[in-house]
Design a protein around this ligand. Sequence first.
Ligand SMILES: [Zn+2]
Length: 167
Amino acid sequence: MFKKDSESPIDLSALNSPAEPKLVAPALSVDQIAYMNSAISEALKDLTSQLHAAQQANAFTPASLAEAFRLAELERRKPTEDEISKKKRQAREKAQMHAEAETNRANLQLVRDNCSHKYSNGSQAVAIIRNYHDRNPRGICLKCHEFFEPAHWMCGQRPRTPAVLTQ
Ligand SMILES: [Zn+2]
């Protein structure tokens, strides 16, 4: 419910009385104006000199700017934690891959060294390959994939590389 104006807790009776006239500042004398001008100019000079000194202290030289830019660039290019862990993981996986390849190569060599190139029934496991363009036959063991080549001359692939006799 709305209250009537007479019951309002805010006293509005001051609005009925006329406002008091404002005091007008007396005019400044010539001496006062001169004093104020000199004080303002002194303060401005002091402030200007302080600003100049601060600017000299913080002045950028080309060398300091270059150093600041270099440091900022180093900071920007610094690898993050994710990048560091990613590089570590890649290096670990690469080392694992190399170790695995070396193990596979050693195992294959072991199998070839111990292969009799014969099946268990005594027949040869070496198949003859005759479709080489030099018409020389090759052999391949079907158990260990050992490749047998006849003695032949290999021409050098690059200029001035001597031909070699491959046994
Ligand atoms: Zn074999």
